[in-house]
Design a binder for this molecule. Structure first.
Ligand code: GYE
Length: 363
């Protein structure tokens, strides 16, 4: 009896053990468990690509659109486990985030760097750990270009040149002498590739065409800061007739300050209007183009997610990939009599913005 009972007990125990093992195996195969367990399984089974994304901040409409684009392309449904970090415009926070991604042994790091300098050490750490790094948007200035795997972004130098060639053409067409042009440059974050490229454009063109570049002041790509800068500049200079804003949020801030000071913003410099030139072509900027308050808005396309996705997949699967990928961009204007500008031998068309075009824009 006892033996039989013991035998039954042993059989029962075996059955229970078998059921537990079965449940665990089913759980494993169907992907149950916590998100962390899931991502670990996914890396092991090579199903999902784990990406650590260090975004520099959320300072502008451009940046918000950029973050959304990357998050939606590197989504779970699209085969990724994305670890996102917003560094609030601070490089040390970005460096900390990258070190954390290395510890977490992600498959790939995406870095949108706040400024160009100071990346050697942490990029060497990522390289030593064997983790590919895709730089997006702005550039890193490192002597060894093998410290990053690839880059996806815009040609900021070309954007600046397009804006300045347009202004030159505007002056020619409207018979405005060069020395009647008094430009204020509200710069982006100093040391960021976008700032360097756009500032270079206006500095070189002012020198070449004889425009008076009254001042250059950074405003961190932020609306409130740009408004303050504009207010101070209006106290300091009484002749500014072109404000070259290095992004749309700055343009919106500058327009607020100018209008509060009783100035009229528009394209008619000859009749005392202050002309605004801007970059990004985000909805906030383009609505001002439609109102005639921004004369020219050179697009900087934040929708980089799909291109980043393509590069990552190629890198991970060992296929050939382009080291540098540029996104497509357009030029929008409120002025209807300049339809093309030429930069470095290439002709770019200038689109007169309509409500229809604006309504169809993605950001
Ligand atoms: O123009 C600005 C943003 O680096 C291209 O950063 C980017 C710039 C963009 O904050 O709006």
């Amino acid at each position: 009896m006892r033996l039989a009972k013991d035998g039954m007990e042993i059989e029962m125990k075996e059955k229970i053990t078998f059921i537990i093992v079965l449940i665990t195996v089913i759980g494993f195969l169907t992907g149950c468990g916590t998100p962390d367990e899931k991502s670990a399984d996914n890396i092991q089974t090579n199903k999902k690509i784990t990406v650590g994304f260090s975004q520099l901040g959320a300072e502008s409409d451009w940046r918000v659109a950029n973050t959304e684009s990357i998050k939606s392309s590197l989504s779970y449904d699209n085969g990724y486990v994305l670890v996102f970090d917003d560094a609030q415009q601070k490089q040390d926070k970005q460096i900390m985030a990258i070190r954390k991604f290395i510890q977490q042994e992600v498959d790939c790091i995406v870095l949108a760097p706040v400024t160009e300098e100071g990346w050697e050490t942490v990029l060497t750490e990522a390289k030593d750990a064997g983790i590919p790094v895709i730089i997006v948007d702005r550039m890193v200035n490192v002597a060894d270009h093998d410290l990053y795997t690839a880059w996806v972004g815009s040609d900021f130098g070309r954007e600046g040149k397009i804006a300045c060639e347009w202004l030159k053409k505007y002056c020619e067409v409207n018979s405005i002498p060069s020395d009647d042009i008094h430009v204020l440059d509200i710069q982006g974050t100093l040391g960021a590739t976008a700032q360097i490229g756009r500032t270079n454009g206006i500095v070189k063109a002012s020198d070449l065409y004889g425009w008076d570049l009254v001042d250059l002041v950074p405003a961190d790509y932020a609306q409130t800061k740009a408004k303050e800068v504009m207010q101070q500049m209006l106290k300091k200079h009484d002749n500014i007739n072109v404000v070259y804003c290095e992004n749309d949020n700055e343009a919106v801030g500058a327009i607020e300050a100018l209008e509060e000071a009783g100035k009229k913003v528009g394209s008619d410099i000859k009749n005392g209007e202050v002309m605004i030139i801007s970059f990004d072509a985000a909805r906030s900027g383009l609505s001002k183009v439609l109102e005639g308050k921004i004369a020219l808005d050179v697009e900087c396309n934040p929708l980089q997610g799909e291109k980043i996705n393509e590069v990552i997949r190629k890198v991970i699967s060992g296929e050939e990939f382009e080291k540098y990928t540029y996104v497509e961009e357009r030029v929008f204007s409120a002025v209807d009599h300049i339809d093309r500008v030429s930069v470095d031998g290439i002709s770019y068309s200038v689109t007169v913005l309509t409500k229809d075009i604006l309504d169809k824009r993605e950001y």
